[in-house]
Design a protein around this ligand. Structure first.
Ligand code: ZN
Length: 387
């Protein structure tokens, strides 16, 4: 396994380090009058503070932005002005976002009068499984919604094209990978749809696990076997100091190591990984094996792949240049796109040449009895909010 971080991850790290500073105000050399808005971002049921949400005000030429902390709190300083649109989003802003009107009063700090609820704007579906119950975090804990699918729905792209993200639980009931599912998932991710896959759902990525040593071929699966190889060799155990490698996840958790408990044996241990394709987010320090990975590098090159997900033409996802060499993906009102393009932004997500969806693969997951640690719960929330 290569231990060096790939170049794009280093680039991401520098973006995050810049972005997580208090505010990014692009320097035009003109003194400006500003004010500050403070508030707290929460899930729609008011139960869960939303961490690492991007809060911003975009005023044509400038973007004023900050991130919520681990309590969901933020403090945003922006140009003074009445009735401005304050945006909050997670991920690319295409699945979760809210917009409210605020008055930014010069030289004052104005607290929001109410909690700022982060709305779901993407469509989600899940395939329930024998071991994972991610839908409990998504629906019960966060208060968002998702359709329950059965194995028939995922045999064809038409059955899933309405969704922005699919959650495939470990041990999905009576569903076995086959070429139809491969084709559907391949077009889904190439069309911009995101996948959450836990543990035994690795079958849907690289193919049915032959229980043989890597790199023996896996059968079916839409991801090339050479990108990752896992085996069901994980023991019932606790990884006491799992290393959180991802800067984004470190920010979200407020720490860089945590304990992960595996309640069931024979979980999928990753034996080898292509670091040019996958981004490793958490590792087991004893052997450096990845425990949580993601990629947005998959594309089948099918230019006729159907667009997937919900479509709201009043909102457009763009790559905004921060002015310090870094960039962030934001979703903005269509009528402000021209201003953004004029200061050097580009259409679509940053650092995603094929505009593909994310694929997250996690070796750990929610349990049917709900017995998971707060840290694991927060990581599952991160994956949901950043698909
Ligand atoms: Zn911009």
């Amino acid at each position: 396994m290569r231990k060096l971080l790939p170049i794009y991850l280093c680039a991401l790290l520098s973006i995050i380090l810049f972005s997580c500073k208090k505010n990014n105000i692009e320097d035009t050399g003109i003194p400006e009058i500003t004010g500050t808005i403070t508030g707290k971002v929460v899930s729609p049921n008011n139960r869960t503070p939303i961490r690492y949400a991007l809060v911003f005000i975009s005023t044509g030429k400038k973007l004023y932005s900050t991130y919520t902390d681990t309590e969901g709190n933020f403090s945003l300083t922006a140009a003074a002005g009445l009735q401005q649109e304050l945006h909050v989003q997670t991920g690319h802003g295409d699945k979760f976002r809210s917009i409210i009107q605020v008055d930014v009063i010069a030289n004052q700090t104005t607290p929001l009068s109410d909690l700022l609820r982060l709305n779901q704007v993407g469509n989600f579906a899940y395939l329930a499984g024998s071991y994972d119950k991610i839908e409990n975090i998504l629906i019960d804990s966060l208060g968002y919604n998702a359709q329950s699918l059965n194995s028939n729905s995922i045999q064809n792209i038409a059955g899933i094209a309405n969704y922005n993200a699919l959650f495939i639980d470990c041990g999905a009931y009576n569903t076995y990978v086959n070429p139809n599912i491969d084709s559907a998932f391949s077009n889904f991710v190439s069309g911009g749809g995101s996948l959450y896959m836990s543990d035994y759902s690795m079958d849907f990525l690289t193919g049915q696990n032959a229980l043989t040593a890597c790199p023996a071929p896996r059968y079916y699966g839409f991801i090339d076997d050479s990108t990752v190889c896992s085996r069901r060799t994980g023991a019932v155990s606790v990884v006491p100091n799992a290393h959180v490698v991802s800067p984004e996840l470190q920010y979200f958790l407020g720490k860089d190591s945590m304990s992960i408990s595996y309640n069931l044996g024979t979980w999928e241990r990753i034996q080898s990984i292509d670091n040019n394709f996958w981004q490793t987010m958490i590792t087991d320090p004893t052997d450096n094996s990845p425990l949580l990975i993601r990629t947005n590098q998959y594309s089948n090159g099918n230019i006729n792949a159907p667009f997937v997900g919900s479509r709201d033409s009043s909102q457009v996802t763009i790559c905004h240049q921060m002015g310090n060499g870094s960039s962030i993906t934001i979703t903005v009102n269509a009528n402000s796109v021209a201003d953004h393009l004029a200061h050097g932004d580009s259409m679509g997500m940053c650092n995603n040449p094929n505009q593909s969806g994310w694929i997250y693969f996690t070796t750990f997951h929610n349990e049917h009895n709900g017995q998971i640690s707060e840290d694991v719960k927060h990581i599952l929330e991160f994956m949901i909010l950043n698909l």
